[in-house]
Structures are given as C-alpha cells and as structure tokens.
Design a protein around this ligand. Sequence first.
Ligand code: THG
Length: 262
Amino acid sequence: MFVIGELINGMYSKIGSAIKERNKKAIQICALEQITCGADALDVNCGPASKQPLIDMAWLVEVIQEVTDKPLCLDSSKPAVIEEGLRVAKNKTIINSTTADKEKLDILLPLAKKYKSQLIGITISAKGIPQNKDQRLDLAASIIAECQEKGFPVEDLYLDPIVLPVNVAQAQMKDILESIAEFKIISEPGPKTILGLSNVSQGVFLRSLINRTFLTMAVAYGLDSAILDPKDKELMDTLITAELILNKNIYCDSYLEAYRKK
Ligand code: THG
C-alpha cells in the first residue's frame, strides 16, 4: 500500500495557522513525523481558508522539500494552485486531482505530462457526486479514455471512487468498495486506485475504528493507495496486518517491527 500522509492540510487549525504565520518548523515536523510513522508520500493542501493559495502552495512545497525527498501529492481543486506546486517541486509529484470534466482534464493532463507527474482522477463531475457504482464506473471510464486519447500512461493514473461519510451514505459503502476492484479492470493496463480514508468517518463517533475497518475492507478489494493519518498507530498496524494476511508481506513473528524498518 502506498501511504500518503494527510496531515499537511490547512483544514487542521494548527497547520492553518502555521501556514499563515509562515512557521516553517511546524510544517517540517509534521512532514517528518508522518514519514517516521510510515508515509510514502505527503499530501499538501493549503486549506479552504487560504487567501493566497498559489503563494501558500509554493511555500509549503519549498519548506517540505528542505527536509524530505518523498513524493508530494499536490491537493487543490484549482489547477493554477497545482501548477504553482509543480513549478517549484523538486520531488516526484502526484496531482490531486482532476474530476471527470473535460475542461479540467484538458488543463491537468498536459500539466501532468509536462511535469512528469502522476495524476489522481476523482469520479466526480459537474453533475455532482455519483450516487451508485454504475455512475462511478462511467466517470472512471471517461477519465481513462481521456488519458488514452491524450497519451498519458494509465499506469500513472490513480482513480478515486470518492468516499463519503458513512453516516450520510451508508447505503453506498459497498458500491464504493466494489468500484475499487472494478476500476482496475476497465482497461489493460489498468489504473491504480486510491481513496481519502478519513472522509468515511467525518462527523462520526469512533472515527479511528471506522477508518481502520473500512481500510481493511478496501485492501481486500485491491486498493493500491490511501490518503490517511499515518500517526494513527492502530490504523497503521491494522494496515500492515491486512497486507500480511493477503500475502503482501512476508510472515515472521515480529512482522510489525520488520515492516516498519523496511
Ligand atoms: N480524495 C482525494 N484527496 C483528498 C480527499 C479524497 N484530499 C483531502 C481529503 N479527501 C483527505 N484528507 C483529509 C484530511 C483531513 C480530514 C479528512 C480528510 C479530516 N479532518 C478533520 C475533520 O474534518 O473532522 C479536521 C479536524 C481538525 O480540524 O483538527 O477528517 O477523498 N483524492
């Protein structure tokens, strides 16, 4: 599982103020802590309250890459903000994200090619959030078709079925899980799959339990990558154990420890 740490997000009040006050240390500590806990890459999102998102994104990328060369997942709904991140990034990048809308793909696919970035496609369109698996598959197929048309390698595409909070969309959880398996067989070669795990428990009690249960199920459906809180130790232990059971890492008595040292 390719783990993307979610904590550098202006949505968290501590990070929001660190961005505003240009508190470089706080961002760098947050980056390094997530990596120590097992993050393979870091999501970078200046948050909904940012008044100068282009400048904030460039600052975040520069500050983070002073302390790590892990890939950066540039998270914004505004293509100009993503481009600013791509422009200053020395590390590998993942664009987070394009929707299935042609206008968005027309901007972000050429950018991904120009900067040799990977790309996350979320199965959402101007028509709104999908309500079932068929709608998710239709949107996924149109993103893949657009990649093929524009010569962007589908292996560098991550498709995201869009996870909704379980208390608002309980009846859709099974569709979301099945979408993960079905996205991968739309094309040959197929895309990778990803999701924003913490969405599932937003506004819900027992968040950590819900997160780790959902992640375990998603792993069984073949999930490749997740944006999550790597500082949640029980979540990371559950992930490593789920992968052990699916024969994705070698068994030994001290497998948790062995995996962390890898
Ligand atoms: N897909 C993709 N990218 C994404 C998401 C996704 N990026 C953003 C988000 N979803 C993933 N990241 C988070 C980060 C934080 C939370 C949820 C998802 C979260 N935050 C607390 C809350 O809202 O309750 C904030 C608490 C606080 O303020 O301290 O839950 O789905 N491609």
